[in-house]
Design a protein around this ligand. Structure first.
Ligand SMILES: [Zn+2]
Length: 407
């Protein structure tokens, strides 16, 4: 007897549907994958024990086990090595993660993301493992991967100012010979400056209207500027071009010094002192401060269908990506959708707007999926089979009260 379909059948209580079978068999595969990791680690431990008489052979033991596993599973040695590495991490270093996977509470992919993320840290606290496992049990892999990256950045951030200072001390410029009468001129610089230099070269190069490729123009401008020290050798239009670097930092963080680090688009976290400097001074920096005094319009209610530009930007900024479950399409390539249709009385308002990629936008309007917005900006997706998935935006619009601050 075949299982009833949640799409076309009346489903009697207690009878698994075809969708239930999909989930059950995936869970079984995960449980077996966890067992495979444990068995590989056990096999490896056995091999190490058997080889203790031959000191210094641990690399050889590892290679031998790798070939053993690869041959038995008919997979590449690279893939076998990966299984061994992830397995050892799960079983020995992060047993709570293995435990969760062995109950199919998280998938193999989630476990792998956790191992790759946590292994970047020098010290991993137990509560941190608990935190990522709890997230893994809730989130699809795409958003989870980004969440783990943020957590890892946050943990590394504790020491970022120190590490950045050490790295800045090693800045340098070098010339190395290249072939055919060429040479490499490389500069090791703080990332913000490096991006600013590249940005300015690109901006100037784009104003030059001739046959040269963009790469060639950038290289020529670079040489002209450094050799002559000014832009006089270049057309008038390129003078005064300054780079723009987007720095995102919470106003509160800037004032109090705690909270998350500043982020530079395309660079990642930078030390807070540096951000404070950038946001306070130079005119070439575009500041994205989240603050009530920015005067961003949060709602135009029923006045207007099309959201004003700053509201669109705010909604895209909050979500960062398409707000469909697990989708990773950046918000700037998405449509801004009214969650409750304008034609059904929906407001043009931050709580009723969310970016959706073209594919998911179409899906929302033309299939049996139902979407509801929550006040936090999260979207609740209900599938045609009746399952519910909550998609949280990447960021929150800060809630400010008119009460005076408590100090
Ligand atoms: Zn999407």
């Amino acid at each position: 007897m075949s299982s009833p379909s949640p799409y076309v059948d009346e489903v009697p209580e207690g009878i698994p549907t075809t969708l239930d079978w999909v989930v059950l068999s995936a869970d079984m595969a995960t449980i077996h994958a966890a067992q495979r990791y444990a068995s590989i680690v056990e096999l490896w431990d056995d091999a190490i024990r058997a080889a203790t008489r031959d000191e210094g052979a641990s690399v050889l033991v590892e290679r031998s086990v790798r070939l053993e596993v690869a041959s038995a599973l008919r997979i590449s040695e690279h893939a076998a090595g990966r299984l061994m590495g992830v397995g050892r991490a799960l079983v020995k270093r992060y047993p709570a993660v293995w435990e969760s996977m062995s109950h199919a509470d998280i998938t193999d992919t989630h476990a792998t993301i956790i191992v790759d993320g946590l292994d970047e840290l020098d010290v991993v606290r137990d509560d941190l493992i608990g935190e990522v496992v709890a997230l893994a049990e809730e989130m699809p892999t795409g958003p989870f991967r980004r969440a783990v990256k943020q957590i890892v950045d946050r943990e590394r951030e504790a020491t970022i100012a120190e590490r950045h200072m050490d790295a800045v001390a090693r800045r340098h410029v070098r010339v190395e010979p290249g072939a055919d009468g060429m040479a490499w001129l490389t500069a090791h610089l703080p990332a913000v400056e490096a991006h600013a230099i590249h940005g300015r070269l690109t901006a100037i190069a784009k104003t030059l209207d001739d046959e040269r490729s963009l790469d060639q123009k950038r290289a020529d401008v670079f040489g002209d500027l450094l050799i002559d020290g000014e832009t006089e050798s270049l057309p008038d239009t390129v003078r005064g071009i300054r780079p723009t670097v987007t720095v995102t930092v919470l106003a509160l963080t800037l004032l109090t010094g705690d909270g998350s680090a500043a982020q530079v688009d395309g660079v990642g976290p930078i030390p807070l002192d540096r951000a404070r400097e950038l946001c306070g001074a130079a005119s070439g920096w575009m500041r994205v401060l989240t603050h009530p005094e920015t005067g961003v319009v949060l709602s135009v209610g029923r006045e207007q269908y099309r959201p004003p530009a700053d509201l669109r930007r705010l909604v895209a900024w909050r979500a960062a990506r398409c707000m469909a479950p697990g989708c990773g399409i950046p918000a700037d390539r998405c449509d801004i959708d009214h969650t409750v249709d304008w034609h059904h009385g929906g407001h043009t308002d931050a709580t009723n707007l969310a970016p959706l990629c073209r594919g998911h936008h179409t899906l929302k309007h033309h299939t049996g999926w139902h979407v509801r917005a929550q006040p936090s900006g999260a979207l609740e997706w209900t599938s045609p089979a009746g399952r519910v998935y909550l998609v949280h935006p990447e960021r929150r619009i800060p809630q400010f009260t008119t009460d005076p601050p408590p100090f």
